[in-house]
Design a protein around this ligand. Sequence first.
Ligand code: C2E
Ligand code: CA
Ligand code: CA
Length: 777
Amino acid sequence: MMRSLSLRHSLFRILLGSTVLTAGLILLSVWNATDDLVQQNLEKELAIDTNILQHIVEERTKALYASTKALSTAYEFRAAFASYDPPTINSALQTMDARQDFDFLVMLNLQDETITSFPDNILVSGDRSFGERYRNIDPSEITRDYVFMNDTLYHAVVAPVAAPRVIGYLGAAFALDDNFLALLSEVVQAEVIITSDDNSARVLNSSLPHDFAARLIVRSDREINWFRIMAQDESLYEVRELELPGIDHIPVKIRIALDVSEQYLSVLDLQTVVIVIALGIIVLSLAISMVLARRVSTPVNQLVTAVNEIAEGHYQEPVKSDDRVSEIGELARAFNTMQARIRSREDHILFQAQHDMLSGLYNRHFVEEKLNQRLDAGETLQILGINIMGIRTINDLYGYTTGDFCIKTMAQRTLSWPGMAARLAGGDFLFVPDVPLDETAIDAFRQQLEAPVEFDGLVIPMKVFFAHLSCPSDGDTTEEVFRKINILSDESKQHDHWLIAFKEEMQTKYLRRLTIITELKKVLTGDQTELSMVYQPKVHLQTNRVCSVEALIRWNSASLGFVPPDEFIGIAEQAGLIEQVTTWVLERTLDDLAGFRQQGYVFSVAINLSTQDIQRPELMQSLAEKIAAKGLTPSDVELEITESDLVEDAALAIRNLNTLKAMGFHFAIDDFGTGYSSLAYLKTLPVQTIKIDKSFVLKLASDDSDQQIVRTVLNLAAVFHLCVVAEGVEDERSLQILKDGGCDIAQGYFISRPLTVPAMYEWLGSTHYGIQRTETT
Ligand code: C2E
Ligand code: CA
Ligand code: CA
């Protein structure tokens, strides 16, 4: 696996690498160039030295030949030579003082025999070849040659001795001995070494001490390198073989040795300077590379750190922008922009997570958390649940835009109070004031909230309800708080008070309500055998005939026992279950009515409807269809509507009722007298009948004020030409009073309790009231 390098290292390597490479290349070429220069100089010097050397040898030869020639032509010498007597020759030579010019002299007769020699050992050596070689020489030329004798190289010349006829030969030579070599060396400024021409290369003569010369020869094939130069090797000589004419048949080698240490050392100085400079450059570039690499890598590393920070969700610290490297500065700025955007997006998301988008108040989730924290911390809190009543109706009537505007306006108004405000759902707000509000303050709050909202040319009245909790005594968890606010708002629907504080018994009541809702739901979605209908006869007082029956629902719950309709109908309305109940009631009642009709009974049936029922035109439509399907007509059915239902939204109710009336339905105002402004509506309502509430009838016989009220109602009804029904007639005297007062119809236990269908048949068969029947076949 390849190990990844840090940016800093890579940069550093590249920068340093390239400088080292450049410095190395420069160094190498300087090195080579200087080496070449030294080499060239050496070659040149060697060539010159060789020339000079040859030249000297040549000059010496010429001088030797001149001396030899002079000797051979000298009279005394020729005379002495002619005697062939060595002592004579010797004395002649002595007289002429000629010996010092030669290293050796040899005199040969024509038979090539040595007559005498100087020194003597030439004779002793018995080298006859010397004479043989020179016997036939041309007297006009210098006859020369190298001679190797007694481990010494000689340069020899031969001159014929004529008197006047050639009588012999005179050979003379000078030795290339140490002294001569020393002389040569002095002139050419190089050493000369003569060795044997065999593998041992024995040093024969040399301008240098022989053992040193021998070492030089041995090392001559060793390369001159830097280490030897540095070590100042004493044998730092360039050694060359010399090619002297005429030497090739002699078993010796002449070498010239040039001391090159100085040359190399001077170059070495130059090279050292270059190396030092190169090293300096490398060190400098090392430093520069480090600085540069750091300059790039530090901000990059900072960026990497910053980006990691961002990745971990820390957006607060801005990324430091390093402008020394422009791209990196650019990048840092880009990161900052990105960070700012992420931050604002996160703020936005956080806001969204904590707030309710419509109202701008906290949302339920967030306030739940906040409230739990505060309750856990042991704070004592006043918590107000604010319920905007009828928000659903506003939505239905004016559309959601209007509904939303109302919620927003209410939220704004709430926010003007110091405290923590949240919207839980729909029109349900929660408000925790910073300082607990007393009832007067809450009332001021309410009045502010209930100011009508103006929107799109509409003026919408507002009504709010406050649930009041004192925590922790009313609840130490949010869950409990929310639950109790629900209990209170539920409670508020039964009592018309705008501010309710929590009381323990509400809980039991609420729980029962919850059970009723659950059980009722079960019943309605199940086989519905727990529900049944009973019918209570109404008698027309003038004719004493049963003219109608009121259909009343019964619920015998397996788990709750008998649940009075007064209790569960209201709950069903609030729980949104009333539509199903009404549907069931209509179905069953119309069936039963059809049954009564089949048995020939002509009475009609009165069905109780709830507020929500009359606000649903489709229900009314299906009622008409069902009636037709059972072979009945709308006039067979009377619909009882409670007065309070009408008051809540009169305009809509009136519209719907008119439609139904047009279809042929009859209406009765139920519980008449319990509402407030009902009288005003009588004019505009499409009702034919009013039912005086049983609360005025039950004790009619004994209560004067009840009598007063009933009389007033009867008079009023007469003015409007309305039919009046009195319910709750429990005794004969009351019945009589009603009859006397002109009441049209009576209903009550005195006549009959509500009866099941079979009981009804029985009652119909046995009652003394008149029954109207069609002819049955
Ligand atoms: P309501 O419409 O006023 O019905 C009359 C109530 O008075 C019935 O009570 C009836 O049993 C009772 N009552 C009749 N005569 C007497 C009497 O002489 N003395 C006494 N003490 N009471 C008498 P119930 O059946 O308990 O019904 C209570 C309420 O439940 C009804 O009041 C009605 O508002 C509602 N309700 C009953 N059945 C239905 C239904 O099918 N649909 C709807 N929407 N509401 C229903
Ligand atoms: Ca009724
Ligand atoms: Ca009633």
